[in-house]
Structures are given as C-alpha cells and as structure tokens.
Write a protein that binds this ligand. Structure first.
Ligand code: THU
Length: 138
C-alpha cells in the first residue's frame, strides 16, 4: 500500500501540536480497517507528566468513536524549526497500540511526504505484553 496520504495527514496533524515546553512537535494519523483516518497531535501540560503523545491522541479519538480495528499509523515528529527526522513511537504508545494492533499492522515514520519508512508493528514491539497474555483470566 502507498502510505503517502497517511504521511501527509500526520504532517498536517503535527501543525496542531501543543508543545510549548518541549517544542517537539508530533502528529499522527491512524488508518482504520474501514478506511477512515483519525489524526492526533501531542498535547503538553505545564505539570509535564499529564502530556499526551500524538499517537495516543489519535488512538483515543478513534476508539472513543467506536473504532477498534486498525491497519496502520503514521507518525511525524521533529523539533519546532528543526531538521525533519524520523520519530518513533515511545514505549508507552507502543504498549497502548498493542492493545489494538496485530503483528502485521504497519507503523510509518515520516520525515516528509516523499521520505518515510515502514515497519511491521511486531518489529517495533517484539515480545510485548498484550491482551492475549490475559486470555486465561478474561
Ligand atoms: N511525543 C509524541 O507525541 N510521540 C512520540 O512518539 C514521542 C514523543 C511527544 C511527547 C512530548 O510532548 C514531546 O513529544 C517530547 O517528548
């Protein structure tokens, strides 16, 4: 699949980043199996720890609107006014994505519309703890 549209959506979402403390601006675009795109940006707090990453913003928006099945997420992150770079989802976001992503879902790290890299989710979150580990309990 060509993920250019998803990469563009992540770059657009990055423009809405609220990141006055780190000045690190991140946008994410999450593609559902039904073909919808949910976007998100990082939203920071003066108390720092309540900050929410772009990936989780997009995921929470989608799940709270009834979506649970996803194919891919694109992430575009870089310092304000700095060089474009590949920004990988943090550990907390990988753990949260594992709740809904299967091993073959794709993660696209976006430098710009022409320059992005694709990974399988299992490459970024190998041997993770996930919902399947609790199946005997629930
Ligand atoms: N951030 C994200 O939004 N996603 C990531 O994958 C990495 C980090 C945000 C959190 C914080 O607002 C800023 O980037 C610096 O850590």
């Amino acid at each position: 699949m060509n993920y250019r549209e998803l990469a563009t959506a992540a770059l657009e979402a990055r423009k809405l980043s609220y990141s006055p403390y780190s000045n690190f601006r991140v946008g994410a675009a999450l593609l559902t199996k039904s073909g919808k795109i949910f976007t998100g940006c990082n939203v920071e707090s003066a108390a720092f720890s309540p900050t929410n990453c772009a990936e989780r913003t997009a995921l929470f928006k989608a799940v709270s609107e009834g979506e649970r099945e996803f194919c891919a997420i694109a992430v575009a992150g870089a310092p304000e006014g700095g060089e474009a770079q590949y920004c990988y989802p943090c550990g907390v976001c990988r753990q949260m994505l594992a709740e809904f992503f299967s091993a073959d879902c794709e993660v696209i790290v976006v430098r710009n519309e022409e320059d992005y890299k694709l990974y399988m989710f299992e490459e970024l979150f190998p041997h993770g703890f996930g919902p399947g580990d609790l199946t005997d309990m629930y």
